[in-house]
Design a protein around this ligand. Structure first.
Ligand SMILES: Cc1cc2nc3c(=O)[nH]c(=O)nc-3n(C[C@H](O)[C@H](O)[C@H](O)COP(=O)(O)OP(=O)(O)OC[C@H]3O[C@@H](n4cnc5c(N)ncnc54)[C@H](O)[C@@H]3O)c2cc1C
Ligand SMILES: NC(=O)c1ccc[n+]([C@@H]2O[C@H](COP(=O)([O-])OP(=O)(O)OC[C@H]3O[C@@H](n4cnc5c(N)ncnc54)[C@H](OP(=O)(O)O)[C@@H]3O)[C@@H](O)[C@H]2O)c1
Length: 398
């Protein structure tokens, strides 16, 4: 789980304005266009949401979207379960709704969890399951079968479970004990309100993949990519993140490392500093697969280099040559200069992939500190710890 996602309930990460995940704002999509070019392996989109007067955000914040499953996915589950969707159920707040609505926007029918398998196998009707049968279903539950269940869950969704093991669910209401709640998805805000007073803009990578013989898509990014055309209305809320903020001192330099959609908050940072005429130097490291198709916001960043908003822009296009080049390689190439910026009080920000990139970037930062200061790795760790204390090392990773 991301640092931010885990802090979502914390005191410093709050839902701003009167709108919250449980009382979202009905926002209109005002922009939705492809950022990635034709031929890219990824589909990354620039999507802007309208805001009501009084809804304010600060660069570093994100916007939450309460998603809906696509109609075909809901219909498939209904067919597999043998219901029409018109059955009545009580939602998590004991409000009566149709089963179709429950499947559309209350219950997470996407990615399968071990917990759901366990609950499904414990339903009163489970001993009568068809398909692969009750014995095989039971072999997926309990602590002793954790690894096997995790392997089964990988790349599978609820539809796979009820296709492989049909017939356990006797009443639609029972599904509230089986499936987790469908939760909002957060997207880093990629705009400054100084330039876009009425919108929150985002950079969304549409998740699509094939697994176990099915074409799948991410619940929310799929909705944003396919069914949130300009004019569509979606429930959203603003989500504040006090842990990811530009320096209070407008003259302080900043170094930003944001590969892929990790660049989103840095577009917001740069727009903010540009609009406010802040004098601090700005250095951006951006990386993605190919320069020709994946250089997100290339035109805007190039213009920012020309007008001096950006002091430095270093790019790492991983697949434009035989050997991969990543943002941390660019950091290593410029280790001495990077350290000189830190010595001038630069703030260092990282956004994007938490699984691999963030750690590699931290190691490259420690190397740059050790090299630049001609000191030991231990001293570099102390230097970074001091930066953290001064809030000069901030990450928003997911
Ligand atoms: C603070 C924060 C900021 C974020 N900012 C951004 C942002 O700016 N832009 C952005 O695009 N996203 C951002 N995200 C991620 C975003 O919130 C969603 O997690 C993302 O869009 C996926 O949600 P989804 O509903 O589309 O996919 P889901 O339905 O949640 O499915 C995603 C899941 O599908 C599975 N999966 C994905 N690919 C594969 C595969 N190839 N094989 C097998 N399984 C796979 C994985 O289990 C993955 O967790 C951010 C997240 C956080 C916490
Ligand atoms: N939960 C989800 O399903 C979901 C949905 C959307 C985005 N995300 C996450 O959002 C983040 C951004 O996604 P994205 O597709 O825009 O970009 P990304 O996957 O982070 O890729 C951007 C660039 O980073 C490179 N990269 C890969 N491994 C790296 C490493 N260890 N260190 C540094 N760079 C590395 C990639 O190179 P190569 O690809 O050539 O190796 C690519 O050039 C990732 O965490 C992604 O998983 C998650």
């Amino acid at each position: 789980m991301s640092e931010v996602q885990s802090e979502i309930q914390g005191p410093l990460a709050t839902e701003t304005s009167k709108y919250t995940r449980n009382n979202p704002y009905a926002s209109t999509v005002v922009l939705n266009y492809l950022l990635s070019g034709e031929g890219s392996e990824k589909e990354t989109r620039h999507i802007a949401f309208s805001l009501e007067e009084g809804m304010t955000y600060t660069p570093g914040d994100s916007i939450g979207v309460n998603p809906e499953h696509r109609a075909e996915a809901v219909a498939e589950v209904l067919t597999a379960l043998g219901f029409t969707g018109n059955e009545r159920v009580l939602d998590h707040y004991k409000v009566e709704i149709s089963f179709e609505e429950a499947l559309r926007n209350r219950l997470a029918i996407g990615k399968l969890t071990r917990g759901s398998i366990g609950q499904y196998a414990r339903l009163p009707g489970a001993p009568g399951v068809g398909g692969r049968g009750y014995a095989e279903l039971k072999a997926l539950i309990g602590p002793e079968n954790k690894a096997r269940a995790e392997e089964y869950c990988s790349g599978r969704e609820f539809i796979d479970l009820i296709t492989d093991f049909p017939g356990a669910l006797a009443r639609p209401q029972e599904l509230f004990n089986v499936l987790p709640r469908l939760t909002p998805r957060l997207y880093s805000i990629a705009s400054s309100q100084a330039l876009h007073p009425n919108t929150a803009e985002t950079s969304v990578r549409v998740v699509r993949y094939d697994s176990h013989g099915r074409a799948r898509q991410g619940v929310c990014s799929g909705q944003l990519g396919e069914r949130a055309t300009v004019g569509a209305v979606l429930p959203v809320f603003l989500h504040s993140n006090q842990y990811f903020r530009l320096p209070e001192d407008p003259s302080a330099p900043v170094i930003m490392v944001g590969p892929g959609t990790g660049v989103a908050p840095f577009r917001a940072f740069l727009e903010e500093r540009q609009a406010k005429g802040e004098s601090g130097d700005n250095w951006l490291f951006f990386g993605d697969q190919h320069r020709a198709t994946d250089f997100l916001y290339e035109e805007q960043f190039t213009a920012m280099m020309k007008d001096g908003t950006l002091t430095r822009l270093d790019t790492a296009f991983s697949r434009d040559q035989a050997q991969k080049i990543y943002v941390q390689d660019r950091m290593a190439e410029h280790a001495e200069e990077l350290y000189a910026w830190l010595e001038c009080g630069a703030y260092f920000y990282v956004c994007g992939d938490a699984t691999h990139m963030a750690r590699s970037v931290e190691l490259a930062l420690l190397d740059a500190i050790a090299k630049g200061s001609n000191s030991t790795p231990d001293r570099a760790v102390e230097y970074l710890a001091a930066m953290k204390n001064q809030k000069r090392y901030q990450r928003d990773i997911y």
